[in-house]
Design a binder for this molecule. Sequence first.
Ligand SMILES: NC(=O)c1ccc[n+]([C@@H]2O[C@H](COP(=O)([O-])OP(=O)(O)OC[C@H]3O[C@@H](n4cnc5c(N)ncnc54)[C@H](OP(=O)(O)O)[C@@H]3O)[C@@H](O)[C@H]2O)c1
Length: 262
Amino acid sequence: MPRLALSWGFVVFGRGFRAPPSSCAGDAGIGRMIVGGASGSAHRRREEGLIRHLGLSNVDAATGPTGRHVVDLALRSGDQVTALVRHPAALGDLADQVTLLAGDATSRRDVSTALAGQDAVVAALGRGNSVVADDLFAHSSAALIAAAGETDVSRLVWLSSFGVGHTFAWASGPQKVIYRTLLRAIYANKEIADDSIRSSGLDWTVVYPTRLTHGPSKGAYRAADRLPMKVNPTISRADAAAFMHRAAHGSEWIRRSAVISD
Ligand SMILES: NC(=O)c1ccc[n+]([C@@H]2O[C@H](COP(=O)([O-])OP(=O)(O)OC[C@H]3O[C@@H](n4cnc5c(N)ncnc54)[C@H](OP(=O)(O)O)[C@@H]3O)[C@@H](O)[C@H]2O)c1
């Protein structure tokens, strides 16, 4: 059984986690792990730049951070999960289903402890409603890259935001206004993190979702290296989590940046 370790922001896949040998086989494997199977037609749509995860509407429409959705999906798909959390009580009913580690994602020592013996990590760290970065992304990416080197964990799926770094150029006018003002400090710090991850030598995937909602999984969204934008589109945290979980289990998105949106 695959084993997964998680913090609220970090999800670390444990020993037994196996990346499929090819993207095609990966689709089949991921389909089985996530609720019942991606069809051949889903594979064709992915090739057209549109990914549909069939059956995800069965997942509870839980509200909360993206990391929680990743954990829910991971547990449902049979992964074993370890949680690195600052506030263990926040795990609620998930606490008895994961291995719990109290710690901070910006601490190299804490992250190394979480990664030891694991196979892959998914990071969904965030600053909540704050517009102050507090160096979270720069510091946590540095801790993670160092810890990954110490523990021989090479697979990393990292949640960024559409509009950060090179993706800013593809933003719509309304998006650019928001990114240049309200989110300016957060985005600057995320850009430092994303750049270090891309140059880390790890098997990274950096994920760029558009505006996140607390809505249920629609089971359908777009994912591509680049997507056209109109106004300020959204994607649910549930669907963003589904993409991250799927990407972590497959090889298709290794060393690629993925823009995801409804
Ligand atoms: N909101 C949007 O429209 C939008 C759009 C695109 C991308 N994003 C990005 O998506 C990401 C996730 O956003 P979200 O709203 O799902 O989550 P979020 O509310 O920002 O929470 C992220 C989690 O990170 C944890 N965290 C923060 N600092 C930590 C630290 N030092 N050590 C350990 N854990 C830490 C927090 O745990 P604690 O309980 O300990 O605080 C929190 O549970 C963010 O990076 C955000 O910028 C957001």
